[in-house]
Design a protein. Structure first.
Length: 338
């Protein structure tokens, strides 16, 4: 049974919401964050808590958030279970950026007035870092340093309602299918959003049970999380410039440039040789917000060439909520109208 009240701190990163539940009011079993995610998926009480916070009338079809949980060990400050309208994610860059800002602003992690502090977070895909930069006591930027990321497959043919396309599959804490929007006769602009969502869903579900959607060591990370459709906006000596929209879960739209998706794109661009000599990726979103992505180092992961990616953005608090749950309300946990 849900508690009568649920407290949250709400942020946005690049326009994408992130609702933080610092003290989940229902127990979430497990000894690691990855195990807690697996248990949460099977636990009706945790699923109901997720649903009431991201469904209407307390949320909406594109709501996103996280339950703060204990880390795997003393090497991290906190753990988190990321959630959306369809379930629990394996990774979330925009959420990690928001958690870094929240941890510093709430005093959970002490930061210098001027300087940086690392907020270490255990997520289902591994251990990540939110490097929080402060000036005059204000958070001015957060670097999301992700797990190693790599290209899974190239030139994968997918049949869509607009014909066959060729996609690149890459891992950035979650598995993404990526392709230029122009392959579908589209551009990443709000007026094309309905078509981008529909085709993003088609591509995701076409590949979700394929061999390209299998994580090499952890089956809990299997499945295509989303489709990244992008526009090329031009390269110069300092940067690759792209605009993208990430359609994830079942038709949910990331308003930000997508943190873990940016990591997947960095892996592809590095493999293409487009990010040498300290060149960065300027990654814009469909609403005009921007992340800056860079490759920190190249590594080997079980014989695969991979990169350690960093994505820089910032998060802003939008409010604090105390949600009321009326036991007589027939619309608890809520609904999603799309």
């Amino acid at each position: 049974m849900l508690p009568s009240t649920i407290s949250t701190s709400d942020y946005h990163t690049g326009g994408e919401p992130f609702r933080i539940v610092a003290e989940p009011p229902v127990p979430i079993a497990g000894s690691t964050v990855a195990e807690r995610r697996a248990r949460a998926i099977e636990d009706p009480a945790v699923q109901e808590l997720r649903a009431v916070l991201c469904s209407e009338p307390r949320g909406h079809a594109d709501m996103y958030g996280g339950f703060v949980v204990p880390p795997d060990d003393d090497g991290a400050h906190l753990g988190v279970l990321f959630w959306h309208k369809d379930g629990f994610s394996t990774a979330c860059g925009h959420g990690t950026i928001a958690l870094g800002a929240w941890a510093v602003q709430s005093g959970r992690v002490q930061a210098p007035e001027n300087g940086s502090v690392d907020v270490v977070v255990d997520v289902p895909s591994g251990r990540v870092t939110a490097r929080v930069h402060c000036e005059a006591g204000r958070v001015v930027a957060v670097d999301f340093v992700n797990v190693a990321s790599w290209v899974v497959a190239r030139e994968v043919p997918v049949s869509t309602s607009r014909g066959q396309v060729s996609v690149t599959v890459a891992y950035g804490g979650a598995i993404y299918a990526t392709l230029p929007a122009e392959q579908l006769g589209l551009s990443v602009t709000p007026e094309h959003l309905g078509d981008l969502i529909a085709l993003g869903r088609e591509i995701k579900w076409a590949l979700n049970d394929s061999s390209h959607a299998v994580h090499p060591t952890d089956p809990r990370l299997n499945g295509v999380y989303g489709t990244i459709l992008y526009d090329e906006l031009g390269d110069d000596d300092a940067q690759v410039h792209q605009r993208n929209v990430t359609v994830f879960a079942d038709g949910e739209v990331d308003r930000s440039p997508c943190g873990s998706g940016t990591c997947a794109r960095l892996a592809v661009l590095a493999s293409d040789g487009r990010l040498g000599d300290d060149k960065v990726l300027r990654h814009d979103s469909i609403v005009g917000s921007t992340f800056i992505g860079r490759v920190l180092e190249t590594v080997d992961v079980d014989g695969r060439a991979a990169v350690v990616p960093q994505v820089t953005g910032n998060a802003y608090r939008t409010g604090e909520h105390t949600f009321s749950i009326d036991p007589h309300d027939p619309l608890v946990p809520g609904f999603v109208l799309r």
